[in-house]
Design a protein around this ligand. Sequence first.
Ligand code: SAH
Ligand code: F3S
Length: 485
Amino acid sequence: MQNDTEKIIDEKVQGTALSLENNSKNTRKLYIESYGCQMNFSDSEIVASILAKEGFNTTQKLEEADLVLVNTCSIREKAEQTVRKRLEKYNAVKRTNPGMKVGVLGCMAERLKSKFLEEEKMVDMVVGPDAYKDLPNLIKEIDEGRNAVNVILSKDETYGDVAPVRLNSNGVSAFVSITRGCDNMCTFCVVPFTRGRERSRDPQSIIDEVNDLWDRGFKEITLLGQNVDSYLWYGGGLKKDFDKATDMQKATSVNFAKLLELVALAQPKMRIRFSTSNPQDMTLDVIDTMAKFDNICKYIHLPVQSGSDRILKEMNRLHTRQEYFTLIDNIKARIPDCAISQDMITGFPTETEEDHQDTLSLMEYVKYDFGFMFAYSERPGTLAARKLEDDVPEAIKKRRLTEIINLQQEHALYRTQQHVGKTEEVLIEGTSKKSDAHWMGRNSQNTVVVFPKEDYKVGQFVNVKINDCTSATLIGEAVSLSKNN
Ligand code: SAH
Ligand code: F3S
């Protein structure tokens, strides 16, 4: 049987076909499917917005599409294989509907570039993550029977001026992208190559988007970036060029702690989440800001990847095990009820049994609320692929993965048990998957809570008394409407 963590991993590589409210004047049909991280789902909303202006309505029926777009993920080999399988399916549909065009977006597009057109003959268009504004031109090309490719990475594209359409939205929570790219160069990671250098979005355009979401009834936003804590706005440009900024630009710059405060103040009732934090970039200011504002959720996704100092160094993670513990201690001292989650990689090149034991003991120290765990997958072009042999046998990677998943499961249960007996504020997101008579929502710590519906409604904040739990879910009953509605 699958455990909860494996289910989470599977969900991460499953695709979702997205659709939105359509414009009756549009005549062409777009089928858009997303794989991988939240940023891809958020980008697909930008793409749908750009194409709505080009006469496309979205459909969830692949067979009736004029244009099929797949927003792809390269993070692990398995993610790429999943996309290849979907391409086979599109190919089968294309045989019965020869007018249908197929475009590949996202990280695989960027990684493989025009090679994609050679490898997958039925693909008509390849578009990297910074080139979506060029889609109208690229679509003209394919309409005229030519293949089209744009994989140019940008210094300043943040799509700050495109109002995303909300695809498959529950109307309650939304993603707001704040940075693009990543400068961290973790040696295992393909993201810096597929998403380019790091740049931040104008805080005013972020606040405008959050205000607009509030006006449209949304109650929760997640600020998104590969590495949100290194957000830095100084008037535009790459993060790495900040040194060249003028004194005035430096004096008026906005860092992540400041941005959090600006957003928390702009909409004091909107719940604010963010993801992802690289430990090396998280400051005490950010933790203090979280502690200061009730509407900033008490949850930090803080990937560590390994508990071994030697492996952390090989991964180019710029902190030690001890520094990570100090950060955890600082978080817990300032925000005692803060939930923390991890990403871990087992079987990174040269990882020994002792390194693996270090990972298990680090997990014992933190006792994470949630975890996303992966076996190392060598990615072409990364520093690890160039410098290190992928020398941990697959069976050992898998065995170590099972061990950390099992330990995480124990810790998750330990953490959910701490909520039992308490009354916590829950934002209702929708009907529970398991029972039509129950609502599903989350508490501030991001733990799923289910409880009988009574007369409560989607989008309401409700105080729920927690009576029971599994390792992944809290089970309770509503006590009252929260004052925050
Ligand atoms: N900062 C990013 C990290 C993206 S990758 C974010 O916003 O989440 C997500 C996770 O995938 C990483 O934290 C890491 O645990 C895992 N990962 C990345 N590259 C990997 C690889 N080559 N093999 C296995 N897992 C990997
Ligand atoms: Fe990848 Fe490390 Fe950036 S995991 S996304 S290079 S913080």
